[in-house]
Write a protein of this length. Sequence first.
Length: 207
Amino acid sequence: LELEIRVVTALLSVYAKCGCLEDSWRLFHKVPKRDLVLNNAMIAGCAHEGRYKEAIELYKSLESDGLSPNARTFVSLLDACANNGSLLEGEWIHSHIKSCGLELNVIVGTALVNLYAKCGNLDFARRLFGRLATKDVVSWNTMLTALAQHGEGKETLYLFEQMKKDGIRPNKVTFYTVLSACCHSGMVSEGQNYFSSMRRDYGLNPI
């Protein structure tokens, strides 16, 4: 049975990623006893298709099925709310994350930073980012992108320098964000320097 659920989960994810969410739902409802992995896959599928209300309803049904959400559950929910600008629902999910003690988990924390930044609360996104005890390159890139998209060019560059000081190696996403910030803020010489550094210091091909 466990193997069958894994196969269904994989197939369900493929349908969702290909835009066939109704097929995913049909598979989902055919499984009599659904585990958290299958539920998470369905929530992620709804999030991928921008159907955040369905994702939230599915999350609400977890408890009645005797299941407890994990970091993956919350990340999908937060991404769905962030992509739809649904701050109220995102804040509701945030309250549940706190009760589960996952607020400062690096993956969940990064998703929270993304949520608040995309919903216009940059100050709170900054505070959450500062509270993360552990930050990976995805966390840094998320905060850099938030600053750049809000027109905070100088702060973007300052944070980028802090990222390097913390020993985090930037990737192409990092440099794309930094270069975009330079472009939109009219910092031509800084942008040229970072573009040169991209290949010279990190071996990253800009193409």
